[in-house]
Design a protein around this ligand. Structure first.
Ligand code: SF4
Length: 394
């Protein structure tokens, strides 16, 4: 049974209600357990559990140190292209946004990767919008293959594919695949995704399973907080993670917790999750999933990121740019608009002003990777730049 079938049979409305109505005794009862069900997680993320945050946080901290040591793994996103055929209301790269677009050549991608390697990174996430004309499967394979020698750990966050299309990417050296469901609320999903193949809710939800079947060693999932009720999303993410741990158990699973950030198109979040609720969710996920990697990006401000380091986060991006060419200026002479899949040259006034492609969203933690690493050390943790070496599997 795929996760879609399991998802359709989940008592989600009842779990959300349990969360809203939970009292202190239900939270205490959940906290007394060693292993947690979805119902327990609903209680741990309840408004009532906010009063127990110190207890939940201490337990999450102890569990994280026991399973991971005092280590934070660092990675950087490397944007290959901001072309996209989808319209997602919350994303700056949406096809109907008149933004400055570019797709880096393989050589330019290598330059970006070398600049990140010079900062210390050995773990990169290649990100691209979904556009088969500009971001073909063979282009992605060539990018992965070109980086393999210098970067031991390369993951992808690109348009979902069929299992047999993923095979060549795994063979070229990609070891991780990240795919966020964005929202697990089908009605909100339908409203947010107004055009393009991403409109298919179920097909996207089965992507981690196809990636696993293709041989990816690491799989990342998550919801984008700010579209639907965060407790509903969190319960669905927990159910999805639980399914993947049971059915795709050879892969290493990570959960990301992105909150919506300002972007081109000026979409405003539909729902709000406070910083305190974010802390509560990180700790609840840690309690339910002791061995799952929890990922925090530069979408979050420095103070919150620093505060979450001892509480359960294990993987962080740092010094990030969310536009292609962001680390070296690569591709700036090729900037253009794209209309109905056709490249439209910039007008003279635009070329005089603009020097870089449009970013996907604004980042909140603007510290350099070195500054983030220094701060991790000051907190008594070790920053680790290299996530994996293929030689370890030999
Ligand atoms: S979220 Fe992804 S699919 Fe949607 S517009 Fe942005 S890049 Fe394209």
């Amino acid at each position: 049974m795929s996760f879609v079938a399991e998802f359709n049979s989940l008592p989600l409305a009842s779990l959300v209600k349990q969360s809203s109505n939970a009292g202190a005794s239900a939270v205490r009862e959940a906290l007394a357990k060693e292993r947690f069900s979805l119902s327990d997680v609903a209680h741990l993320i309840s408004p009532a559990a906010g009063e127990f945050l110190e207890t939940i946080g201490r337990r999450s901290q102890a569990l994280t140190q026991q399973r991971f040591g005092k280590v934070i793994r660092l990675f950087a996103p490397l944007y290959l292209s901001n072309e996209c055929i989808n319209n997602c209301k919350y994303c700056g790269f949406s096809r109907d946004n008149a933004i400055l677009r570019v797709t880096l050549s393989v050589e330019e991608v290598k330059r970006e990767a070398s600049a990140l390697a010079a900062q210390g990174f050995r773990n990169l996430l290649l990100v691209a919008g979904e556009h088969p004309k500009f971001v073909s499967n063979s282009y992605l394979r060539d990018c992965v293959a070109a980086l393999h020698a210098e970067i031991p750990s390369v993951s992808l966050e690109v348009g979902p594919m069929e299992t047999d299309e993923y095979g060549p990417l795994v063979a070229a050296g990609a070891d991780g695949l990240v795919v966020y469901q964005e929202t697990y609320d089908p009605a909100v999903y339908d409203d947010m995704h107004t055009a393009g193949p991403k409109r298919n809710f179920g097909w996207r939800m089965e992507t981690p399973e196809r990636a696993y079947a293709a041989g990816f060693r690491r799989i990342g999932i998550g919801a984008l907080y700010g579209l639907a009720d965060w407790r509903y999303e969190a319960i669905c993410v927990a159910a999805h993670a639980d399914y993947l741990l049971r059915n795709c158990w050879k892969a290493y699973l990570t959960i990301s917790l992105p909150r919506l950030r300002p972007c081109a198109g000026e979409f405003q979040p539909l729902t709000h999750m406070t910083d305190r609720e974010m802390v509560q969710l990180v700790c609840a996920f840690r309690l339910m999933f002791p061995d799952v990697g929890l990922v925090l990006s530069t979408r979050e401000p420095a103070r919150l990121r620093d505060g979450l380091i001892p509480l359960g986060i294990t993987l962080m991006s740092a010094g990030s740019h969310t536009e292609p060419g962001g680390y070296t200026g690569a591709g700036k002479e090729k900037l253009h608009h794209t209309e109905r899949g056709r490249i439209v040259e910039l007008g003279a006034s635009e070329t005089a002003v603009e020097t870089r492609a449009t970013e996907q969203f604004n980042i909140a933690d603007e510290r350099s990777a070195g500054e983030v690493a220094d701060h991790i050390r000051r907190l008594g943790y070790e920053p680790v730049w290299k996530d994996w070496d293929a030689a370890l599997t030999a």
